[in-house]
Design a protein around this ligand. Structure first.
Ligand code: HEM
Ligand code: HEM
Length: 184
């Protein structure tokens, strides 16, 4: 399928949309939303899967094969395409107390445990910037899974900053902040 001359939209339709949706808004919590992710972040992750440096289990199971034959130009085209799509908001409803605890962590971190504020890198609206991913509206199950990857493994080497951020977070802290982010 993947030859040098296939238009980006054809690649999206044939290779990505089954899981991530045609506009990068996926209906299943198993598949992260890509819409509105910064272009630089998308490029770094696709290159990471292709080079096998991002080796967390689902990345390995789902994304290594998909990216194996993508060229740099195709990765660039896909990253531009998904970064330009509008991110949808989640329809799920969560407990207000949980969201309030998550918002506190997002905006202020946990000073007594030296957890920094997420807002410093991920942005006021969790919209992301450059290599810092958008987190707003992302499926909470995916966010929680990745926080565990950063905390407990070396499977995302570009996430060195996140290892420091996540090491003192409890399961409940991670759950709270993930649900707050999905609700944004
Ligand atoms: C993760 C892009 C096709 C399943 C990702 C990520 C990107 C991406 C950029 C990382 C998201 C993040 O870090 O926030 C693409 C593109 C595709 C494609 C451009 C087409 C060329 C697919 C397909 C499937 C799939 C067909 C399902 C069979 C997944 C899963 C993850 C993921 C499960 C999460 C991996 C993890 O937890 O590490 N994809 N994808 N993707 N994708 Fe794809
Ligand atoms: C990635 C959450 C603070 C830098 C991520 C991801 C999550 C996350 C869930 C993975 C997103 C995805 O795969 O799509 C948080 C939370 C924070 C926080 C809850 C606060 C408790 C920070 C801070 C920095 C930072 C303070 C900068 C010093 C990054 C970077 C990545 C990332 C660079 C991408 C890593 C990679 O490419 O593998 N963050 N973050 N984060 N975060 Fe954070």
């Amino acid at each position: 399928l993947v030859t040098q001359h296939v238009p980006t939209k054809t690649i999206v339709m044939q290779l990505c949309s089954n899981c991530h949706g045609m506009t990068g808004n996926s209906n299943s919590p198993n598949f992260p939303n890509l819409a509105g992710q910064p272009e630089a972040y998308l490029i770094s992750q696709l290159q990471g899967f292709r080079a096998h440096t991002r080796s967390d289990k689902d990345g390995y199971d789902y994304m290594w094969g998909i990216t194996a034959n993508l060229s740099d130009a195709q990765i660039q085209g896909l990253a531009t395409y998904f970064s330009e799509q509008t991110a949808q908001t989640s329809k799920n409803v969560f407990l207000p107390e949980k969201l309030a605890r998550g918002q506190e962590i997002y905006e202020h971190g946990i000073p007594e445990k030296e957890v920094p504020a997420c807002v410093a890198c991920h942005g006021a609206k969790a919209e992301g910037n450059q290599i810092f991913p958008r987190l707003a509206g992302q499926h909470s199950t995916y966010l929680l899974k990745q926080l565990n990857v950063f905390q407990n493994t070396e499977q995302r080497p570009n996430g060195a900053m996140m290892k420091g951020v996540s090491h003192a977070l409890t399961k409940e802290n991670m759950d709270d902040v993930s649900h707050y982010l999905e609700s944004m």
